[in-house]
Design a binder for this molecule. Structure first.
Ligand SMILES: [Zn+2]
Length: 342
């Protein structure tokens, strides 16, 4: 597939008007995972936060740009630094309703600081087991598929695995699960089928067995992976198996941020970071859903914007349009622009 960097591409898989309902943001945290789920009721669930550096540089600013005020549920799939590190700055920057974690003990400083941040704020902490449900308004079901009663060897294989259902669409988030964990999932008899799969363990060769992928049968596989990473992720065999299972693959090292939006029936995929309305070209603004040439010209005439909310000052743009644009646009600092003006 052609490499696209820094631009917004809309892939409409099934004919539909602009969708609304559930947004799943796969953040570009380099080598690591961070996934934000925002429901139609504006409830938020964050799965992992990348490394601590990525949490500070990418995750916290992204959430702020999006106007997120609270993380309702924060999930730490397992204690590796490329998953929990970035949750430390998130915990320092946003109120968090509750934390869900795998419960495996890890003796790193990062893990200690992660736990300390939770304890200091007295945030409810829960280690769920297979078969439990996590309530989040705006979703129909979030089922915990893993870990099971008995822990497996290795931190990755005990990742918290969630299957989220919204109407007719399911997403599977398996953390860094490897082949052994995939096997126990297959044996569990729990539902695995999902249109969208967060590919386990960054596309490692120790995960994505064909049997597992065939049971999930994803239309879309998202790989969160760093460019030129030292682990050789994603592995050729994993990519081959994804193809054999019928999945289209999208990688954060190729596209940057990946946003999947669904109304519970159709899926839209937005590739690349949100568009900066204060800097974007007329053509780029025109291509946004619900905009077109007339509104694009009005937006350009109304620049600079100090916040996304100010867009509703543009005639023809109401809260409904703004809602569709959430996650697709951002506005850069206005002050710097004013200072450089003659
Ligand atoms: Zn990882």
């Amino acid at each position: 597939m052609k490499r696209l960097v820094g631009c917004l591409l809309l892939v409409l898989l099934l004919a539909s008007a602009a969708l609304a309902g559930l947004d799943v943001h796969f953040l570009d945290v380099g080598q690591g995972d961070s996934i934000l789920i925002v429901t139609a009721q504006e409830k938020t669930l964050l799965i992992d936060g990348g490394t601590e550096d990525a949490g500070r540089r990418v995750v916290v600013p992204y959430l702020q740009d999006l106007g997120v005020e609270k993380i309702d549920v924060l999930v730490a799939t397992h204690p590796h630094v490329d998953h929990i590190g970035g949750l430390i700055p998130v915990l320092a920057s946003f109120p968090v309703g509750r934390v869900i974690a795998d419960g495996q003990i890890h003796t790193t400083r990062t893990y200690e600081r992660f736990l300390t941040a939770i304890l200091e704020q007295d945030i409810p902490f829960h280690t769920p087991k297979r078969g439990e449900y996590i309530a989040l308004p705006g979703t129909d079901e979030i089922l915990v598929l893993h870990p099971g009663e008995d822990l497996l060897p290795g931190l990755n294989n005990n990742s918290v695995v969630l299957r989220l259902v919204y109407k007719d669409v399911a997403f599977l988030f398996p953390g860094d699960l490897e082949a052994r964990g995939e096997k126990t999932l297959l044996a569990s008899g729990l539902p695995l089928a999902a249109q969208v799969l967060k590919v386990p363990h960054h596309g490692s060769k120790t995960s994505s067995t064909l049997e597992f992928l065939q049971a999930v049968s994803p239309r879309i596989g998202v790989i969160q992976v760093g460019a030129d990473n030292v682990y050789g992720h994603p592995d050729e065999k994993a990519l081959e198996n994804l193809k054999a299972a019928g999945a289209m693959v999208f990688r954060t090292d190729e596209y940057g941020r990946i946003l999947i939006r669904t109304d519970g029936a159709d899926l839209q995929i937005f590739l690349g970071p949100p568009l900066d309305l204060n800097e974007a070209s007329l053509e780029e603004i025109e291509a946004l859903p619900g905009i077109g040439p007339v509104l694009a010209r009005r937006i350009v005439a109304g620049r600079p914007f100090g916040s996304i909310e100010e867009l509703t000052n543009v005639p023809g743009i109401g809260p409904g349009t703004l809602r569709k644009l959430r996650g697709l646009i951002r506005v850069s600092e206005v002050e710097a622009k004013c200072a450089s003006a003659p």
